[in-house]
Ligand binder design. Structure first.
Ligand SMILES: Nc1ncnc2c1ncn2[C@@H]1O[C@H](COP(=O)(O)OP(=O)(O)OP(=O)(O)O)[C@@H](O)[C@H]1O
Length: 351
């Protein structure tokens, strides 16, 4: 356990205490746009202000006869004043975004053009009471780097969670896109901002529920870009509620994590390390139909014996900028520390 918590402390040191990763971030003198932004995300952002850009029509809920009964128990999170009409989900006009471990995700559009994501849990293995209790915890989180739960619904045979829709797509889509498409370059600044944001989001999640909350499913398809283009962690909740087994070929989970019962804050740190390595290498760690094959990145970076050979694993696009190399090596070291429980070798060889 001590080794696990050592990893966690390193992440906190890297992110919250603004050492290492934060230092790297500020050292990046070629990115004045990052440096000019406030280092205290919350100071310039009123997280409790009403969301005026999401102007839904509450009245339509009442008049929607087919689902009126079903939606009568839709619970809106307190700061979400406007209301959502999710009838499109039931009327099948909603767009299926994909099916994941815990259910399906749909993008539904309201009449006034606001898009919202509806997550439909596939398992009913959680009581209504436990579901609501967990939704209260998740719904309470308002942080720039955590996708906000806007509403939820629970009935005898249905559990829905409503989130903001991220039109820019996930980090998975950004890095790996669709098969056959030429990959657009993703610059260093973008990658750093994704990592800093994701790390801050995870750190925030871990402070919740008396410091016991776990995300449990950190991976590129669950990280989006917020309005400032920083990483924003989504899909919080499902792992805590549903018992599910992860695909053994998904390399984004810590080795001890076989199913949702094994997830922990330490395994979130591991998955953050994998996210970091994925951003450095641009290799996918989970196979999505139509996407690239999954690569065991821990094994890959394990094959790096010294800093000269680190180039073997970096995304070739990044290597076109030799001035970034030092920062990339430092970043690789942070990633390796996050996953080091399964990397037996001594990191000092990279120093
Ligand atoms: N809020 C959102 N905005 C935009 N796209 C989303 C949002 N939430 C999920 N998606 C996308 O919808 C698809 C399905 O997501 P879902 O979370 O159901 O599965 P997953 O991320 O592939 O796997 P898992 O269930 O393990 O999280 C993914 O491509 C995901 O990136």
């Amino acid at each position: 356990m001590s080794a696990i918590y050592d990893n966690w402390e390193r992440l906190v040191a890297a992110v919250v205490k603004k050492q290492q990763l934060w230092q790297l971030f500020h050292d990046h003198s070629r990115s004045p746009s990052i440096l000019s932004e406030s280092s205290d995300f919350s100071s310039s952002f009123d997280l409790r202000s009403p969301l005026h850009d999401l102007a839904f029509d509450f009245a339509r809920f009442e008049s929607f006869s087919r689902s009126q009964k079903a939606f009568s128990k839709l619970v809106l999170i307190s700061d979400f004043c406007p209301v959502i009409d999710v009838k499109d989900v039931y009327l099948a006009s909603a767009e299926l975004l994909g099916r994941g471990t815990f259910g399906s995700a749909y993008a539904a559009e309201t009449d006034n053009g606001v898009r919202i994501v509806v997550k439909r849990l596939k398992s009913m293995g959680i009581s209504e009471e436990d579901f609501k209790c967990h939704m209260d915890i998740v719904g309470n989180i308002r942080h720039e780097n955590v996708a906000a739960l806007r509403a939820y619904y629970s009935s005898k045979d249905e559990r829905l969670m409503l989130y903001d829709y991220y039109s820019t797509g996930s980090v998975y889509a950004l890095l790996h896109g669709q098969t056959g498409q030429t990959q657009a370059p993703v610059n260093w600044e973008t990658r750093l901002k994704i990592l800093v944001g994701a790390a801050r989001g995870i750190a925030e999640i871990h402070t919740q529920n008396d410091g016991k909350l776990v995300h449990g499913n950190i991976k590129t398809s669950n990280v989006f870009l917020n309005h400032k283009q920083y990483g924003c962690v989504s899909d919080l909740g499902a792992t805590n509620m549903i018992e599910a087994t992860f695909m053994p070929t998904a390399h984004c989970y810590a080795p001890e994590v076989k199913n949702t019962k094994n997830v922990s804050q330490a395994s979130d740190v591991y998955s953050f390390g994998i996210l970091l390595l994925e951003l450095l290498t641009r290799k996918s760690t989970a196979h999505v139909p139509g996407g690239p094959e999954a690569v065991d990145l821990v094994k890959l970076v394990h094959s790096v014996e010294n800093r000269e050979r680190a180039d073997k694993v970096f995304d070739a696009d990044l290597l076109k900028h030799p001035t970034l190399r030092e920062q990339m090596v430092k970043m690789l070291q942070i990633g390796m520390r996050c996953v080091e429980k399964s990397i037996k070798r001594d990191l000092r060889c990279l120093k």
